[in-house]
Design a protein around this ligand. Structure first.
Ligand SMILES: [Zn+2]
Length: 496
């Protein structure tokens, strides 16, 4: 306690310095407060219905911080169920790593990909970690016994008991990380559907409970010395008639609402994915994310947009597509600054949206046609590039698909290695082919990677040997085929 008091005295003077000394002093002040994390999980909650509901506390969190609509996978990767959903949020990796494919948790790889409270305990054993849930598998199975306190609320008490336990912990204890899962919105979804008044009523009730939790944080005696990251999220959505597990966008819908340092009031982002919750919590606690952990999440406090993301403001609504709702802005053929698309060998006609490389979003692209595995493009974020011969071929065309996406000339130092990384997702049908080619200083492009078999969503790393004397490298992604499948490229980076 005496340490805290003296630290607080320091804070006052540091804050005073901040006025004259600028950003560095502000950072010093923030670093002096004790980082803490509250995660509130709202099972089966749709962001669109929060906006329809009487939910003043969630509205206030959105006004005070970040709102990020997001989406998850569908089968064959994993169904839109709570087991895979919460496991993804809590471990910071997608189901192809944690391997939870249903609510039995059989085959789960939690030893290799543990929950984020266990990672926090391992990195900083002095941290006080607490998890309480109305849906018992979260605290019985997903969180490990290494968590200081795991409570599965007796079903008779349900969300009321879960909330009161978390409130007591925030009021009377000194937790560093609190995870709370409330279940009743999902229950209302199953009983009455997401379109029902009962579903809105359940959101209203959960909103009040979330408000109590946030107020408990702000009422802590040491709150002024604490630096809270508060995140609200969901494991999956619900259909209008009720239910989930399938591949509709509404079932795949999820979101993050977050308040904390660096998250601008009223901000909206489209680059957030569910594994980011765990990564954000760990980063906030000052725990370095070890590459060996192989996390898919990245801290929401540290946005890392790529060139394609700059196209969001240019996205257009559908032209020839029929399955995509008319109001959704989701594709453009105009590449970002410095990039180009070579369609000189591209066939004519076909579906306008997909003639040659396009820049699109999950919301738009997955609604072209469900259950053709586009839902499993989990590692692309925000706007990504797609060559989709299957969708292009859904209208009269001539010739074949032959389109090349060309990167800007990136400066490099000759005579040394360089690393090309990108996120890819490739679904094969012969004679389709994907080729990655590089050229130095405008010389003939040379293939460095060829795709002629399915590649699940993953980040590729290609080591390049830059010739002596070369000063720039350009990367090309060439897709050839016809009425076959597709290729996704995102997050292209060259480092040296
Ligand atoms: Zn459910």
């Amino acid at each position: 306690m005496s340490y805290r008091m003296s630290r607080r005295t320091f804070l006052v003077s540091a804050a005073a310095v901040a006025v004259s000394a600028g950003p560095l002093a502000v950072v010093a002040r923030a670093a002096a407060r004790t980082p803490k994390v509250l995660v509130i999980g709202l099972d089966g909650c749709l962001l669109s219905r929060i906006k329809d509901a009487d939910a003043p506390n969630l509205d206030a969190l959105m006004a005070a911080g970040l709102t990020a609509p997001s989406s998850i996978y569908a089968n064959p990767l994993a169904p839109t169920l709570s087991g895979p959903g919460w496991s993804t949020i809590i471990t910071g990796v997608w189901p192809d790593k944690h391997n939870v494919k249903d609510n039995t948790f059989s085959g789960a790889k939690f030893a290799q990909y543990p929950d984020f409270l266990t990672r926090a305990e391992t990195a900083k054993p002095s941290l006080n970690t607490y998890a309480v849930s109305s849906w018992a598998p979260i605290t019985d199975t997903v969180f490990s016994p290494n968590v200081d306190t795991r409570v599965s609320t007796p079903s008779a008490e349900y969300d009321t008991g879960t909330t009161s336990r978390a409130l007591a912990q925030l009021r009377d204890g000194n937790p560093d990380v609190v995870f709370v899962q409330l279940d009743n919105i999902d229950h209302a979804g199953h009983s009455y559907g997401a379109a029902s008044q009962q579903y809105l009523d359940a959101i209203h009730t959960a909103d009040a409970q979330a408000g109590q939790l946030v107020n408990a944080v702000k009422s802590r005696p040491g709150y002024a010395d604490e630096d809270w990251l508060i995140m609200v999220t969901a494991d999956h959505g619900h259909t209008d008639p009720g239910g989930h597990g399938g591949s509709t966008l509404q079932e795949r819908q999820t979101f993050l609402i977050a308040t904390g340092p660096t998250l601008a009031a009223g901000s909206v982002r489209n680059d957030v994915k569910m594994p980011d919750v765990a990564a954000s919590a760990l980063a906030h606690l000052g725990i370095a994310l070890d590459p060996a952990w192989d996390l898919d999440g990245r801290p929401v406090q540290q946005p890392a947009p790529d060139d394609f993301d700059a196209l969001r403001g240019r996205l257009q609504s559908r032209v020839d597509e029929t399955g995509i709702p008319a109001g959704i802005l989701g594709f453009t053929h105009t590449p970002p600054a410095g990039w180009s698309v070579d369609n000189s060998a591209m066939g004519g006609g076909g579906v306008t949206e997909w003639r040659g490389w396009s820049f699109t979003t999950d919301e738009f692209w997955t609604q072209t046609q469900r259950d053709q595995n586009r839902e499993c493009n989990i590692r692309a974020r925000n706007v990504f590039a797609v060559a989709d011969g299957d969708e292009w071929s859904d209208k009269t065309l001539t010739g074949s698909f032959d389109s090349t996406l060309v990167s800007p000339a990136h400066p490099v130092t000759g005579g040394r290695g360089a690393t090309l990384t990108y996120t890819t997702y490739y679904r094969q049908e012969s004679p389709q082919k994907g080729e990655v080619l590089v050229s130095y200083d405008g010389a003939a492009p040379v293939p460095v990677r060829t795709y002629t078999a399915d590649v699940p969503s993953r980040t590729e790393t290609v080591t390049l040997q830059v010739p002596a004397g070369a000063t720039t490298v350009r990367v090309r992604f060439r897709y050839t085929g016809g009425n076959n499948w597709y290729w996704v490229i995102d997050g292209v980076r060259i480092s040296q």
